[in-house]
Design a protein around this ligand. Structure first.
Ligand SMILES: [Zn+2]
Length: 161
């Protein structure tokens, strides 16, 4: 539903398509509002842009539900054809630059892109605010990521902003 077909990118002037996406990511209780630019570079599709929004989270310290603001950039590169087969779905091209393999798919899954980007954008330790009541302290040992999909990011280098 929230995707962009590669052929629609390539028929645009300069093979560049700009599109706005605004939707809810139900699995994360997040609302995102994003302006994305899709650019075809031959074998690769580059997606850049910015995301604003908010996500319902729980404070790791006092367990109070609160809304965390989302405000981050998107910079992703996809490979149109399966280049990396045996290396898995994501491979480092240059230092700190990763490429996601589309495995021959004819479209970019924007929902999945924003889902994963929102997870990556969240701080390791979420704190509701400077007035947080630290009555219920959660130690790092007790702290577990809420989403097991985070596991796949453990070995991936995250670029400094
Ligand atoms: Zn708190």
């Amino acid at each position: 539903m929230y995707s962009v077909k590669i052929k629609d990118i390539e028929k645009e002037e300069g093979k560049t398509l700009k599109q706005h996406f605004s939707f809810e990511i139900k699995e994360l209780s997040a609302k995102v509002d994003s302006s994305l630019t899709f650019k075809s570079l031959g074998d690769f599709i580059e997606v850049t842009g910015h995301v604003n929004g908010e996500i319902d989270v729980e404070c790791d310290v006092c367990l109070t539900p609160y809304k965390e603001k989302l405000d981050f950039d998107i910079d992703e590169t996809y490979a149109k054809t399966t280049l990396f087969g045996e290396y898995g779905n994501e491979v480092e091209l240059r230092n700190g630059e990763f490429v996601t393999d589309l495995n021959g798919a004819d479209e970019i899954d924007v929902y999945d892109l924003l889902y994963q980007s929102v997870i990556l954008s969240l701080p390791n330790k979420k704190v509701c605010g400077i007035n947080c009541n630290e009555g219920l302290f959660v130690t790092d040992e007790e702290y577990q990521p809420e989403d097991e999909r985070l596991e796949i990011f453990k070995n991936i280098e995250i670029k400094d902003n």
